[in-house]
Design a protein around this ligand. Structure first.
Ligand code: XIL
Length: 298
């Protein structure tokens, strides 16, 4: 096949991109999106500060623009994200305890309910584990409401949208030997053993120029063995070498339950790491060498 989406589809997978609503008026951007990709993640528009800027006042304008474009063009949607320690609205940043717990439950109920039936997978909880060697939870206002806040989030999301796959999403969990990876693995193992509704784990895959750690495929295999799908959800690689992108793609393709790959943007100029030219298309929208590395590995 001659596009990322069609090549991924040959093995039942998707190939996605993070999309910004403001760029939907850029014809070069939209033409690449519609030609190459089969899954869309809103880059910022479904985050808590965007969807609930004032408590109890929900704003879906920009997220709906992305959803309507994606579904109208035959693409699927990944929701990102219902609960995160960053990009919280100001009113939430200063909340704690049972009031914050209730506000989180209401937020998830409203947002997942609004998009019910339109979402392939939700990043229910993003980046809840600490960096470094502890393997434990990251401190945050959400974590301080009680260690069960993550399972409450997943159960609430399931009630609001019984169809979407519910995912935990994080970065620096690609290396099997990392304490953070082990911490997330134990949480997923615990959730599966107790019937907490979790369907998938998203590996952000923000890599340096060397690409993925050598254990990445092992990590994906081991998580999949717990009974969850795995996805590469925010892929970008400093300097975007073709070999690093090909190795990353192969790690997913070699794991049956790795259901798709999403790059965090389309052109280098769209990237949150634009100084590192980490994506598959250059600023003019031309395919880079890494594009062919991915296409050949799919
Ligand atoms: C980033 C966006 O790309 C930026 O536009 C925004 O300013 C900050 O957030 N992990 C995530 C994403 O889960 O939501 C982040 O996206 C990148 C890191």
């Amino acid at each position: 096949a001659t596009t990322l989406g069609a090549s991924a589809a040959q093995s039942g997978r998707y190939f996605g991109a993070a999309v910004a609503a403001a760029k939907l008026s850029d014809s070069t951007y939209v033409s690449i999106l519609d030609r190459e990709f089969s899954m869309v993640t809103p880059e910022n528009e479904m985050k808590m500060d965007a969807t609930e800027p004032s408590q109890g006042q929900f704003n879906y304008t920009n997220a709906d623009r992305i959803v309507n474009h994606a579904l109208g063009a035959g693409m699927r949607m990944r929701g990102h994200t219902l609960a995160w320690y960053q990009q919280q609205p100001g009113w939430m940043q200063s909340m704690e305890g049972s009031a914050l717990r209730q506000a989180l439950i209401n937020h998830i109920t409203q947002v997942a309910g609004h998009y019910s039936g339109k979402i392939y997978a939700w990043d229910v909880v993003n980046e809840a584990f600490a960096d470094g060697g502890s393997g434990g939870r990251r401190d945050s206002n959400l974590q301080r409401t009680g260690n069960d806040w993550i399972e409450v989030a997943f159960r609430t999301a399931r009630a609001a949208d019984p169809v979407a796959k519910l995912c935990y999403n994080d970065y620096n969990i690609e290396d099997w030997s990392a304490a953070k990876t082990q911490g997330v693995y134990r949480m997923v193992q615990d959730f599966k053993s107790r019937g907490v509704p979790i369907d998938c784990v998203g590996f952000q895959s923000h890599f340096g120029s060397g690409g993925p750690p050598s254990s990445f495929q092992t990590t994906l295999t081991n998580f999949a063995a717990l009974g969850v799908d795995v996805q590469l959800t925010e892929l970008d690689i400093a300097q975007a070498s073709s070999s690093a992108y090909a190795a990353t793609t192969r790690a997913c393709v070699n794991v049956p339950r790795c259901t798709g790959i999403t790059t965090w943007g389309i052109r280098d100029t769209d990237s949150w790491r634009s100084g590192e030219n980490p994506l598959l298309f250059d600023g003019n929208g031309n395919k880079k060498a890494a594009y062919n590395g991915v296409l050949d590995a799919l």
